[in-house]
Design a binder for this molecule. Structure first.
Ligand SMILES: [Zn+2]
Length: 328
């Protein structure tokens, strides 16, 4: 096995570095078989799987509708763009803006969190992903922090969100291993914001050291891996162990080369080392797969919303007979 985790009895803590064990494949190819055949191949792998491990990155949420740039950004952040200028190009880079004060920092983040984490209901694309795997043992490893898996049917015990959650805050210096639910606070900030800033009285302070608080996002060395994070890491390790001798499909959704060491490379390594495991890689433009995997890999270079729906339709047609997907 690529990943070896010590028994939970010995220690509850799982070192995240143990997951960063992947080595990128050197024989990447864009598969040249027709799109329809790729969909059929992916559907067959999923249908025959004993278990499914989902790996989800930013591309999945973008395809689901939570795009961080373009009109969605300019429509919602007009006053921020006016105030801070050209550094505000999209919601991803805006999160790294050096806000001059805590009032300005939380003025921005409360808006960002309400828009991307609190207000959106479970999105149809995520719901379809859930429909695809709900009847089989499944687990989600994700770098997404927008909470969509929780909103679309997946149980907390089936999700390991490695990079944090927009709904939580922590001590900016990580002085203690605890995170705080801030959904209510963000909603209040959203109401109270004026001139892109929140009132000083709403600025959160660390209950232990009295210092500043920060988003619970892995963006520096102070990211807090609290008890729930370690429990999720343990459950992920348990899932890999429990199903290692079965036919497992690794369904990778929208994982690019931003942080490939968390999902993309480890997935390739695990499939490379286990001949019963296979890889379905759905990506708008980075769906190259290792050539050496042969029929155990399908890489579909297409809008994920389209390919997931087509896989679902193919599965329904297979299950209920042709025409089942026409009458809704
Ligand atoms: Zn502190």
């Amino acid at each position: 096995m690529a990943i070896q985790i010590r028994s939970r009895k010995k220690t509850k803590k799982v070192d995240f570095m143990q997951f960063l064990s992947g080595v990128p494949a050197r024989d990447y190819v864009f598969q040249r078989i027709p799109y329809e055949e790729q969909i059929e191949q992916a559907e067959k792998l999923l249908r025959e799987a004993d278990a499914v491990l989902i790996g989800a990155g930013a591309g999945l949420s973008t395809a689901a509708g939570l795009s961080y740039g373009g009109k969605r950004f300019t429509d919602n952040f007009g006053e921020f763009i006016e105030k801070y200028g050209t550094a505000m190009t999209d919601m991803y880079s805006a999160g790294f803006y050096p806000f001059p004060t805590e009032e300005a920092k939380w003025g921005y983040w409360s808006k960002h969190v309400c828009l991307n984490r609190i207000r959106p209901d479970g999105l149809p694309l995520y719901r379809t992903v859930y429909e695809l795997v709900r009847e089989k043992p499944h687990f989600v490893l994700t770098t997404n922090v927008d909470h969509q898996f929780w909103k679309t049917g997946f149980a907390d015990e089936e999700i390991f969100a490695t990079q944090g959650d927009y709904g939580e805050i922590q001590c900016a210096r990580g002085c203690h291993d605890k995170v705080y639910d801030a959904v209510g606070l963000f909603l209040e900030m959203d109401q109270a914001r004026e001139d892109c800033k929140i009132p000083s009285s709403m600025v959160p302070k660390c209950p232990v050291c009295g210092g500043n608080m920060a988003m619970h996002l892995r963006c520096d060395q102070y990211f807090v891996e609290e008890e729930h994070w370690h429990e999720a890491a343990s459950r992920y390790a348990d899932f890999l162990k429990e199903h290692r001798k079965e036919h497992v499909v690794l369904l990778e959704l929208g994982v690019g080369f931003n942080t490939p060491t968390i999902i993309r490379f480890p997935f390739e390594k695990m499939v490379g080392e286990n001949e019963r495991w296979s890889l379905i890689r759905l990506n708008l433009d980075e769906a190259v797969v290792p050539d050496s995997f042969g029929g155990r890999a399908v890489g579909i270079n297409e809008d994920i919303a389209r390919s997931i729906q087509d896989i679902k339709s193919s599965m329904d047609a297979d299950r209920y007979g042709k025409g089942a997907d026409c009458d809704e």
